[in-house]
Design a protein around this ligand. Structure first.
Ligand SMILES: *[C@@H]1O[C@H](CO)[C@@H](O)[C@H](O)[C@H]1NC(C)=O
Ligand SMILES: *[C@@H]1O[C@H](CO)[C@@H](O)[C@H](O)[C@H]1NC(C)=O
Ligand SMILES: *[C@@H]1O[C@H](CO)[C@@H](O)[C@H](O)[C@H]1NC(C)=O
Length: 343
């Protein structure tokens, strides 16, 4: 609320000023300067009647202030300025019309800008007639060993140039250098140091197939093997990366003991007693199907469980038969009753 009130109080005088300003241009026109270079002022005036000729009007002529000018008088067109691209802001080139002077890349106007607005004056000349000048530039920055710099466009004051190292080298020192006012560079760039990897990591139950060294070069590849009966999960090799670290290596996964003694399971597509499985162990990532009992229908159905690195948990529905059930009611052990699918 307080903000809104403040806004109204501030904006009212601005609106009033604009309305009055539009009706009386003399308020906005600069007062004629005493000495002007390159602009010949016409007769000063305050109203049209002050002008010597009938077709003249008392209009604002930039720094000359209110002057007697011929409104239809035109400036030269086309205009060619060195190192610049010129375009009219409107279709005509009469008194008061404007053209834009865009300096080519690497050049600037007399005031050091990339562009300027040029106005058609009462003396039939454009207000900006000077060509664009070359911006002072730095020479290329110093080259570095095992690296390079990235240059985009002109190396003018304030330009930052970025250094990069070749793959396998690490940048140490300033990555950027700046073109200074005195056409020197703020620094001589970084150094690129060769990257090494430390000895590759040990892997549990794995064996490194390599000559042991203190450091390894980028792109060097080292192989792993898993101990007998361990399954290799992941890439069997690691590579020394440009950041000085090894790529992800493998894990050696253990086999799983099937936690069932008194019923059969389905393993590798066959219904077997666990004693029939080699060493009673299944491989990492292998599935084993267990028999579960549907108590209401008195039938069996299967549910699977996967071996993961030595861990094989039977599904929740599986119940291990007791020794009594196994010995005296072996026909009624869950894996031996009829399958629910047969119903
Ligand atoms: C000159 O300016 C025009 C309009 O802005 C633009 O279309 C044109 O590409 C420019 N030419 C050069 C050489 O910069
Ligand atoms: C250029 O300017 C920088 C910073 O102002 C200064 O340290 C350096 O000595 C100057 N170099 C020359 C050659 O004048
Ligand atoms: C047992 O079988 C019946 C009929 O097929 C079914 O509706 C029920 O959900 C099953 N129970 C279990 C615990 O699987």
């Amino acid at each position: 609320m307080a903000w809104k009130l403040h806004f109204i109080i501030v904006s009212v005088p601005i609106v009033v000023l604009c309305v009055f300003g539009e009706q009386d241009f003399t308020d906005l026109c600069p007062i004629r300067k005493r000495y002007l270079i390159g602009h010949i002022c016409q007769k000063a005036c305050t109203k049209d009647q002050d002008c010597p000729k009938k077709r003249m009007k008392c209009l604002c002529d930039g720094e000359c202030g209110m002057s007697c000018v011929t409104p239809r008088s035109s400036c030269p067109w086309p205009v060619i300025l060195e190192n610049a691209n010129i375009s009219l802001n409107q279709e005509t080139w009469n008194f008061g019309d404007q053209m834009s002077v865009h300096c080519n890349p690497g050049f600037k106007t007399a005031n050091g800008q990339a562009m300027a607005q040029s106005r058609c004056q009462g003396d039939k000349k454009w207000s900006v007639t000077a060509p664009c000048d070359a911006v002072s530039t730095c020479n290329d920055p110093l080259a570095i060993e095992n690296g390079f710099f990235v240059k985009n466009g002109y190396l003018i004051e304030g330009t930052l140039v970025e250094y990069k190292c070749h793959p396998g080298y690490r940048l140490e020192g300033p990555a950027f250098t700046e073109c200074l006012e005195n056409k020197t560079w703020s620094n001589n760039g970084p150094t690129c140091k060769k990257v090494y990897c430390p000895p590759p990591p040990e892997i549990k139950e794995g064996i490194l197939v390599a000559v042991k060294k203190v450091e390894y070069e980028v792109s060097e590849v080292i192989y792993y093997m898993c101990k007998r009966n361990f399954f290799m999960d992941g890439s069997h090799s690691v590579t020394c990366l440009p950041n000085g670290q090894w790529s992800d290596g493998p894990a050696c996964r253990a086999r799983c003991k099937v936690p069932v003694q008194r019923s059969q399971v389905i393993y590798q597509g066959r219904k077997v007693w666990v004693t029939e499985i080699d060493e009673g162990l299944v491989h990492h990532a292998e599935n084993v199907w267990f028999f579960c009992r549907n108590k209401t229908q008195a039938c069996s159905y299967t549910a699977s469980s996967k071996c993961f690195d030595g861990m094989l948990q039977p599904p929740e529905c599986y119940e291990e038969p007791t020794w009594v059930q196994y010995i005296f009611f072996s026909k009624n052990v869950v894996s031996e009753i009829s399958s629910c699918q047969e119903w």
